[in-house]
Design a protein around this ligand. Structure first.
Ligand code: SAH
Length: 238
């Protein structure tokens, strides 16, 4: 499934456009986390145009927090115009949209998260996603309008996910197994890190590594066994 998550949306015109887009590109769920705009206003419906029935389809859901909106998703990407290019800010290390879509193709449940018009996503929110995605645009003004950013992402996803491919069908990423691997990595990081910040950085670097590599089920299986044994042995030593 494809889930579009929008955090703290402020504008009714944008929301109308986004609802229309969700119908245009057959999105399975539009998750609104703490919307600031009035979801049921006339303005929203006017800009949703003939997509307005999407609003009543049961596919628009409202959440209190991002964590709940991301529950049970196989892979999640936060999006931002603000990324780290040459510094050491792991949280803002991003992949380009095309690359994310190539990765996401191997997953069944995909969430893509967008931020507020005024301030985007907070660092705490970005940390809850598996990856950060950037849409290539003029470096001197890379900030797109929220609904435009969603349109670009959905068009690209729509094109790519509707292409039949044998490899992706047979060898999907095992999303549950991957989250087990990540749990053991956090465990390992806890043992070897010298402080909380380093633990977070170790975990994040491995999370990015696992998510960028689109491992198959059998590869992930061996990796989980390896990391689990490592974590257990190390736990016995310390
Ligand atoms: N002033 C805000 C701008 C937010 S734009 C900020 O500094 O972040 C609203 C949302 O549109 C962003 O949170 C992001 O989800 C999306 N967006 C805008 N431009 C983008 C880009 N170039 N790449 C990816 N997402 C973008």
């Amino acid at each position: 499934m494809i889930k579009v998550v929008v955090v703290g949306i402020e504008g009714e015109i944008n929301l109308g456009f986004i609802i229309r887009l969700c119908k245009n590109f057959d999105v399975d769920e539009l998750a609104l986390v703490k919307p600031q705009a009035n979801v049921w206003s006339e303005e929203v419906k006017r800009f949703a145009a003939n997509g307005v029935d999407y609003l009543y389809s049961g596919k628009v859901k409202i959440y209190d927090n991002l964590e709940d909106a991301l529950k049970n998703m196989g892979i999640s990407a936060c999006t931002s115009a603000v990324i780290d290019v040459d510094g050491g800010d792991l949280l803002r290390k991003a992949v380009e949209l095309e690359r994310f879509i190539q990765i996401a193709k191997s997953y069944t449940d995909i969430a893509i998260v967008f931020g507020r018009e005024s301030t985007g996503l907070t660092r705490e929110e970005i940390a809850k996603c598996d990856l950060l995605v950037h849409i290539a645009s003029n470096p001197s003004y890379p900030v797109l309008n929220l609904s435009h950013a969603i349109a670009i992402a959905l068009y690209e996803l729509y094109k790519e996910l509707n292409k039949p491919s044998l490899i992706e069908k047979m060898d999907k990423v095992d999303e549950e197994l991957l989250s087990v691997a990540e749990k053991y990595i956090v465990e390992l990081a806890r043992i070897v890190a010298s402080d909380e910040r380093q633990r977070e950085m170790f975990s994040m670097a491995f999370k990015h590594l696992l998510r960028k590599s689109s491992l198959s089920r059998s590869e992930t299986g061996f990796l989980v066994t390896f990391i689990r044994r490592l974590a257990n042995k190390l736990a016995k030593c310390v």
